[in-house]
Structure formats: structure tokens, C-alpha cells
Design a binder for this molecule. Sequence first.
Ligand code: ADP
Length: 531
Amino acid sequence: MMKTPLSVQHLFEYATTYFPDQVIVARHAHGVHRYTYREFGERTRRLSQALMSLGVGIGDRVGTFLWNDREHLESYFAIPTMGAVLHTINIRLAPNQIAYIINHAEDRVLIVDRALWPVLAPLREQFVTVKAIILTGELPESDPADTLDYETLIKSATPLARYPDLDEASPMGMCYTSATTGNPKGVVYSHRGIYLHSLTLGLANTMAIGMSDSVLPIVPMFHVNAWGVPFASLWFGSKIVLPGPAPTPTELLQLLNDEKVTVAAGVPTVWLGLARELDAHPTPLALRLAVCGGSAAPESLIRRFEEHYHIPFLHAYGMTETGPIASTARLKTHHISLDYPRQLGIKATQGFLVPGLSIQLMRDGAILPWDGHEFGEMCIRGPWIADEYFRDERSRDTFIDGWLHTGDVASIDPDGYIHIVDRTKDVIKSGGEWISSVDLENALMAHPAVFEAAVVGVPHPKWDERPLAFVVLKSGERCTKEDLIALLADKFARWQWPDDVLFVDEIPKTSVGKFLKRTLREQYQNYFTSV
Ligand code: ADP
């Protein structure tokens, strides 16, 4: 059979050929902008040409510093189709990390939202390779010196007519992921990898994204390609709804409602926020799938969506290094006859691998059985799994003998469902035994008064580490430490219970809304040693 290269060029060509009248809706500071794939295609080709005129060539990195907006979607396709590399920069990183990754990736051009320019402006002197800065958004009275206006560039460029021939293994994008210590690590995506990853998002076993969907990627486009959702949605002709700058739960609910969104994707904290909003303003929605990943989705959250709002919930797992979608928690046929609580238990796992990938559980160099009990580190391989970090010696600790060592500790049941108990760095080691912080958090979040809960291991003079729980209560709700421990008593052995429960106003979060456990561990490192 033919070896036509699997490339993002095809996604773009196909989408603009077959769905020219499909609509893209982009929320911005003053309302929403609506346009068709036809207009999107024309603007995207103009952007490719404009970048070429600025000297961007095949393999050059172009950094984006943007929200989920239309310029970002245009960049998602304009940059890889012309053979350059789309480097999405996480706008919420610390300034020194932003400067590091722009220099490490050797970005030649940056496309930046004017509203975010104040973050980059103080760093500008440090950029070594950047030759041009393009600003998007409303034109102010005056722009910073030596910058270009996105709209002016697009208007003056002719649409790129012919794309270069590209090897399918060539890079199309890159994204940096946080490291436990040191600078973020760069992951490079190939055309082939993203093509195959996008296909899987259309499968009925995963998200089944298709042309009758209206898709809202809430997960930021600066974070692992918004889980690949923009690529798949455009390819398959979905209506695409972009939530714009820092949408609040109220704004998200309005978008879901106004645009009759059928599939939306976000981290658990986003869905928790939306649940609170839905409770305050019950709204019938067209959502056929609430996709949740990035950290463990608590069972109570899944139940709330499915039972209260009648919205099917799909728990997904992945990481920057896996493209990112690696597994989804769909029920198999023999689960359909189970009662809802047991189905819920399966939906709350990380699911089983999407087709195309393979997995092994490893502990101390041995491969473990899939018995649902033994746990070890998940090792994954497949066509959209990274095989190294970009120019980084730390690659050798993670990519070993053809497997990505995920740093996630899990058990796998005989049906292949993954149950993540922790990240290797978050596992609590008490008296030589491991305690799963994720399981404790899930159980705590099942209490009706609890909004959020995080559990971390804190140094202990006798047990090495002991669990300490942090709980945020729903507004107006009350409960005590004793109430919560009573809830855990059924499910956990006594030695696994947290030694203390602290009620806090907020749990620190990472740039994409995951619990920042490292901060809690640092802040409370003397909690048990000083008492
Ligand atoms: P980081 O959060 O380190 O910047 P990633 O976004 O790549 O980088 O995070 C990937 C990690 O997030 C995984 O290794 C895993 O620990 C966690 N994760 C992602 N999805 C899930 C999930 N559904 N359940 C539990 N953990 C998850």
C-alpha cells in the first residue's frame, strides 16, 4: 500500500475542503467572533505566507503565547503546514522558566496576545533567537517598538498556495512539561504522531468527535495541544468553540448553553467549578460528553454530572509525553448490566489504553501481572509517545529500552483498566508501606460538604512520612475532622488514615489547575516533627 506521509497538512486540507461552511466561534474580551472554516482556511494560509516572509523556514520554532482564541487555532495549522514547529508556551509559568524555554526551543518568532505582553516585555532582552514578535488582539494607540501587528500581516500576505513536502517523522510541534527539579523539559510532536493521535479522538471507544459535534476545549491550548482536541475537531468538521481569555464558570456555562456544545474537555477543577455553577443556575445542556483528565476525576464528581445533570462523563488519562491521550474509561459490554455504583467505580479508573498503544507495569525491574492489586510504574509505548526530551540529558531517566516511564504508579485489573494510585513523587511512604493519596482524596471528596481535598505525605519522626489532608469546604457547609475520618474508616485501614485534617480556604494549584502538592509538602514539612 501507499506510504503517503501522515501530516497535519492533510488535516487542514481535508477540513477546509469538506467542511467550508462549518463554524468556529471564538469568545473574546467584548463578545464572540464567528467565522467559517473557509475564512479560517484563508487566514491560516495567509499567516503561513507571512511567517515565510519573515524568514521562518522548515523546522524553525514559532512560539505562541495565546489563550484559546482564533489566532491560536490559526497558528495551530499555519505553523506546522508550512513545515515549521508550533511551540505552545504556557502563559502561567514563572518568568524565568518562560525565558528558559523560549531560548531552549530557539524560537525565531513569537505570536503573543497583546493582553499578555506585560508578562513577556520584561524578558525581551533575554531572548537570544527571537527575530520577530507578532501581537494579536485589539490594536492599541501605540504598540511596543519593533513588533508586528497580526491583522496587518495577514491582510498584506497572499495565501500560501503550495505546501512543502514533509517527512511524516518531522516535528510539527512542541510543548514543555514541568520537572520535579530543574527547568521544564521539552517534548517534540511529529506530524505522524499527531495525525494518528487525532484519529483516535474520533473513535467511538474514546470521544467519538465528529461533524455533528460542537466542541469546546476548555483545557488551554498552551497545554499539550489542548489534548489534541483542536486537531481532531477541525479534521472531522466539528463546530469549534474557543473560550478565550481566562473564562469564569459563569462564562463557560453561557458558552456551553449558547453554542449547544456537545463535547467539552477540562481538568477536574474546571468541572468542579462548573458543577457549582450548574447548582446555582440549573441549565439544560446539549453536552453528550464531559471529558475530564489531567488529574484523577473524583467519583463524586462523575456521579454529580451523570446523576444530577444527566451528562455522561469520560475520564481520560495522559501526559505531555503521550500526545497526550493514552487511555479513556469507557465501559465494556459486560459492565452494562452492573449497578450504577459499580459502573461508577470503573468510570473513575483511568480506563484502558486507546488502540495503538501498549503498556507494562514495572517494579524493581520486574514486569507485574494485571491482577488489580500489584502496583508499579506504568510504562507506555506507541506511535504518539515521545522517545526523548528535546536536547535534554534527563531523557535517559525516562525513556528506557523503548518504553516511556511515566512516573505514575498504578495497578491494572484483568480487564486492562488502569487505577492510578499516585505519581511516584506523590506516593506517601509510611513505615515502609505505600499509601495512595489519590484514593484518600477521592474518599474525602465524596463528603457532601467537601469542595476539594488534597492529601500529601509529610515527614514524620517515627513513620518516615504520614498523610496530612487539606480540605476546602463548600461555601456555607460545615463538617469536622471526625466526620471525615469516619467516612474513611470503612474503606481504609487505620494506618492509612490521615494523621490530621486541615481546613483551608484554597488548595494551591499548578498553572493548569492541578493540585500543587509540592508547595503543600514544603509549607508543612515540619508539621509532624514540630509537634
Ligand atoms: P505536569 O502536570 O507535570 O506539568 P502533564 O500535564 O504532562 O504535566 O501531567 C501528566 C500527569 O498528570 C500524569 O503523569 C499523571 O500523573 C497526571 N494525570 C493525567 N491525567 C490523569 C488522570 N486521569 N488521573 C490521574 N492522574 C492523571
